[in-house]
Design a protein around this ligand. Sequence first.
Ligand code: DGY
Length: 330
Amino acid sequence: MHKTMSTVSRVYVTRQIPPEGLEILRKSGQVQFELWNSDDPVPREELLKKVKGVDGLLCVLTEKIDAELLDAAGPNLKVLSTMSVGFDHLSQPELKKRGIRVGYTPEVLTDAVAELTVALLLTTSRRLIEATHEAKTGGWGTWRTLWLCGYELANSTVGILGLGRIGIAIAERLKPFKVKKFIYTDVAPRPELAEIIQAEYVSMDELAKQSDFLAVCCALTPETQGICNHNLFSKMKNTAIFINTSRGGVVNQEDLYEALSTGQIAGAGLDVTTPEPLPTNHPLFTLKNCVILPHIASASYTTRNAMSALAANNLLAGLRGEPMPKELKL
Ligand code: DGY
């Protein structure tokens, strides 16, 4: 049956999302929604039951949206809105096949992610976690000439793997630290973007060889899965710092462990890992030169509320059959 504008759509929201988005859904009068009212992910079995017959689904990055889930939802499902810029948890071919439109949340989190990336880079390169630990636990004997020395951004070459909005925003923030040169690699040169930060396009090999700091900013796709591996680390300088705030799957963690523990590279700062959470007994946690954060790059109140609002607005626009504020091209 053709739905009229006055029809109230049934929606399932897979998580307690920040208040701005919920408020938009409530006030719209357009949807009747059920919410997994928890800060933790909805169990898969529960999710498969809850999605049955819904018109719209608002999810976060912990939900795998695959054929099984879409089959469980059934043919009413017309719109999926993810409160994330990343979409590696979505099976795009399955969504496309069923004609389901997809909203996501780019741009609103760029500043928060870039800010956190800079914080993680400095924390790693200037060894701040080690330093506070030493200060607190009696390791601070006296002022020593080479104790806790790290690497500085001034006069350095910063490499960006995957140049997009976030890579540009990181470079813009790093520039005032007197970085000498920005280089990047991507599937192809991106001259309009690169011009903003005067970045030079180089091969993956050159990126590895020249970077004093290498920031991973690419999306996780079948092409980028595990591209930061022995081949890359073995070409990097032993003074180089590796930073990843994109997705853990881009990195081969065994190879990273080897590179860090053998001194092949100087340090790594990771906001993302495989799996998440990374088990507390994971070997990477034993390394002093590896700083691991629990996927918090976009975690500012402003940004998470903006993501929540955008996800709600994407969902509502999609259900009205209108263009979404941010729609993913499938
Ligand atoms: C995203 O949105 O994909 C980030 O990883 C979390 O904000």
